[in-house]
Design a protein around this ligand. Structure first.
Ligand code: URA
Length: 241
């Protein structure tokens, strides 16, 4: 099996992230650094990441984290900032976030050690649904809403059709803002902010309300809960695993 796939199966990281870990020289096979993701490993090889032995059959963990603003969605941060890992410290597994939320975005973030699932949930071809509550500056008119729905060009490529609803308008002398609900089936970097900027209604605040059919429900900000078996099977089905 390819080394990157082996690490993803073992729950170390998504396959893409596993390739980065390998290229960074953090992986050893039978005591020697293996920095090529396509290197082949067999069942009886000894694989370590950062010196820690990998066993192929790690129990899988699936968490729904209600991320507050002020935390970045990475496993390691070189600048000592707060990361989502600080919120799941008591889970003694090598978890990582499924996709990303910006530091100033709150809401649902799945955390797991299931590399295959994480890979698929973030792959655009599976069209996993994400619902955002978005406060934007100004009140978008029908034309701006239609543009958001039909797709706007960001970084040279048109966004996929999106669900967009104007939920509330706040008008007055101090505030001129609208609350939108935006439903996406892709997940490009900073997509919601870029889409809203493209129609001249910059985002004032962003919250992810739903991911793959899961909502925070009674989980308070900063806390997490384990998914039920039924929820896990349901998201597996959504990505055809
Ligand atoms: N879109 C954004 O712009 N930011 C996020 O955090 C998520 C989606």
């Amino acid at each position: 099996m390819r080394l990157a796939k082996y690490l993803a199966r073992a729950g170390v990281a998504s396959r893409r992230h596993a390739e980065e870990i390998i290229r960074a020289g953090r992986v050893c096979v039978n005591g020697s650094i293996a920095d090529q993701p396509q290197a082949q490993v067999k069942g009886n090889d000894t694989v370590t990441v950062d010196g820690e032995l990998i066993t192929e059959f790690e129990e899988k963990v699936y968490l729904l984290l209600h991320k507050p603003k002020g935390y970045i969605s990475t496993v390691h941060d070189t600048h000592n900032r707060l990361t989502v890992m600080d919120l799941v410290k008591d889970v003694k597994k090598r978890l990582y976030p499924v996709g990303r939320l910006d530091s100033d975005t709150s809401g649902i973030l799945l955390m797991t050690n299931d590399g295959d699932l994480a890979n698929r949930l973030t792959h655009p071809s599976y069209e996993v649904k994400k619902v955002y509550l978005v406060h934007v500056n100004g009140i978008p008119g029908e034309e701006a809403l239609m543009q958001l729905r039909e797709g706007v060009v960001i970084e040279g490529r048109k966004t996929a059709p999106a669900g967009v609803r104007l939920i509330k308008q706040f008008t007055g002398t101090v505030k001129n803002e609208a609350l939108l609900e935006i439903t996406l089936i892709e997940g490009r970097k900073r997509q919601v902010k870029k889409m809203c900027e493209a129609v001249n209604h910059p985002v004032a605040s962003l919250h992810r309300e739903e991911f793959a059919g899961l909502k925070a429900g009674s989980v308070p900000e900063g806390a997490y809960r384990h998914l039920t078996d039924q929820e896990v099977s349901n998201i597996y089905r959504q990505v055809k695993l």
